[in-house]
Design a protein around this ligand. Structure first.
Ligand code: NDP
Length: 346
């Protein structure tokens, strides 16, 4: 059985969804009430892959909302409680979606293996970052030529280059995709220089310097709401892949020749009878999902019950090959500009 741990995009949304699902007692509560609300297993699902393998799954809402991020202990408790529930339900492999994987890593939850009388078994969980990194690389490879960008000559900026997903993307683009030049962007200089050294290529740059030079920009950092960038400074055409969470690049950039693609999203080859992706605001919620969620499904299809993506900067090209090949075989495809436009018009 696979599991997905997720959350609503904001408090207002969470309250509306709770009402729809019949959790009236929580829906009426203020943020303090929500802070003490336990995780909920809201849905079970059965999925059959393109090669005929059938698996069972469950969606657990952690009852976390981004408004709780500043409440360190609450955020930590929400993620640990959801993981405990997944384990108690006997789920073999569960993906940590949205902010839950970031909370797990940044708040160092590895130190919190014991939740009440449960000892968490890390091999039952995955961040899903290997599949996310592979999907974003494929989105670049497929969509850049479609908007007139020749990757062999292109400058590709990776914003968040030193992160778990960003560094894997850099390694892939450096070794598997022929790109003109990599522009490496993050805030801290030391990890950037170490990455540049490991890659043996790439230019370390500030965001302000990289954006006007880049033909393609991969965002794998959560963007601060206050960030202001003049779209007139961008190259035309410019492909922007919005791989961060939340996906808000389209509110910052628009204009002729600027193509914004939601990054790290995949589409299954047929409808899945679930409602859970409506919570994640997918354009086609019966087929589309975050690539990190799909990683748990793929691992279950493959009976690969292990914490496949775990820790920081452990993603290898071989792991990306494995998950990418299995993703295609079981019927997932990457979200591309063409199907993004079709879904928005439908
Ligand atoms: P990490 O914390 O490992 O990496 C974040 C990276 O972003 C670091 O390189 C960090 O470096 C950089 N960064 C953070 N803030 C800024 C900033 N203001 N300007 C420039 N760089 C910045 O995160 P992950 O790799 O695990 O995840 C990256 C993003 O992908 C997250 O937003 C996450 O939510 C999202 N994600 C999306 C998925 C999907 O859509 N399917 C699935 C999983 C994750 P520094 O601190 O030095 O700036």
């Amino acid at each position: 059985m696979f599991g997905l741990i997720g959350h609503s995009t904001n408090f207002g949304d969470a309250k509306r969804k709770a009402l729809e699902l019949g959790y009236d007692h929580i829906a009426d509560g203020d943020l303090d009430v929500w802070c003490s609300a336990p995780p909920q297993l809201v849905e079970h699902v059965t999925v059959t892959s393109a090669v005929g393998k059938t698996i069972e799954g469950a969606y657990i809402d952690s009852c976390f909302v981004p408004e709780m991020l500043s409440r360190f202990k609450t955020a930590r408790r929400k993620v640990l409680n959801a993981m405990e529930l997944a384990q108690k339900k006997g789920i073999n492999i569960t993906a940590l979606g949205g902010f839950t994987s970031i909370i797990f890593e940044n708040f160092n939850l590895l130190q919190h293996k014991h939740v009440r009388n449960t000892t968490l078994q890390w091999e039952r969980f995955t961040t899903g970052n290997t599949h996310t990194a592979w999907v974003i690389c494929r989105q670049l490879e497929i969509n850049a030529p479609m908007v007139g960008i020749d990757l062999k000559k292109a400058r590709v900026a990776v914003i968040g280059a030193t992160g778990d997903i960003g560094s894997a993307i850099c390694r892939w683009l450096n070794n598997r995709t022929e790109v003109g030049e990599l522009l490496l962007v993050a805030r801290q200089q030391k990890p950037l220089l170490e990455l540049q050294n490991q890659l043996g290529s790439g230019q370390v740059m500030s965001l302000e310097d990289a954006l006007p030079q880049a033909d393609a920009v991969i965002w794998v950092a959560s963007m601060p709401k206050t960030l202001q960038i003049d779209p007139n400074c961008l190259q035309r055409p410019c492909l922007m892949i919005d791989g961060g969470y939340p996906k808000n690049l389209d509110s910052k950039f628009s204009g002729d020749g600027i193509h914004i693609l939601k990054g790290g999203i995949v589409e299954f080859f047929k409808d899945i009878g679930w409602n859970m992706m409506q919570l994640a605001e997918m354009e086609r919620p019966h087929r589309q999902m975050f690539a990190c969620f799909a990683e748990a499904m793929i691992l279950e299809f493959e009976e690969c019950h292990t914490n496949f993506s775990w820790g920081r900067n452990n993603i290898t090209l071989e792991k990306m090959d494995f998950i990418g090949e299995a993703s295609v075989r079981h019927g997932f495809s990457t979200l591309n500009l063409k199907n993004q436009i079709q879904a928005a018009m439908a």
